[in-house]
Design a binder for this molecule. Sequence first.
Ligand code: S6P
Ligand code: ZN
Length: 191
Amino acid sequence: MSLSLPFVTQVGFDSGTLRPPHKRIQRRLSDMALMYADRAAAQRILAQEGDRLIYEYQFVELPSAEGQLPHGSTRILPGDIGGEYHMTKGHYHARREQGEVYFGLSGRGMLLLQTEQGATSALEMSAGSAAYVPPYWAHRTVNIGAEDFVFFSVWEARAGHDYASIERDGFRQLVVMRDGAPALAQNPKYA
Ligand code: S6P
Ligand code: ZN
């Protein structure tokens, strides 16, 4: 056993910024253009506007050992791609038995979840929401507001991230704009 030392990180509720800075990953439209239902809209935006930032996440990297708890923030910018709100890629944990906790810091979001057996869930989140992602549920967050949606998460170091099936099929539920408001729609790929 190697003993870790305790430490504290300051988290910006509106920006998600970690102080001191830690690992930071940015996802742009080109990184996930095939994940939006309207691929033509994604290509149009890339051609006309350029490669917009969709979300970024920052987290404290820890050794991949049992009991270590990496944690960090995600900030999703407001906007949509062909009427589908900006979202994270979403993933299953490679070790399916590992759950996670999300805590809303600012803005308005939707947490989409699903299992490999076909169960689905969609939970609204805002500042102060603590959402539980149980073991075996894939999870994706979506910004359904006009401001940045920022949340904090804590997961187990050996959980791992499995993006493959989501990259191929997406989530069963899409979060789309209907009459200017968010609504759930069925992903035609699962019809
Ligand atoms: C990690 C946790 C989050 C996401 C982040 C980005 O288990 O669920 O920190 O990594 O929100 O989402 P994604 O789907 O691109 O990893
Ligand atoms: Zn996760």
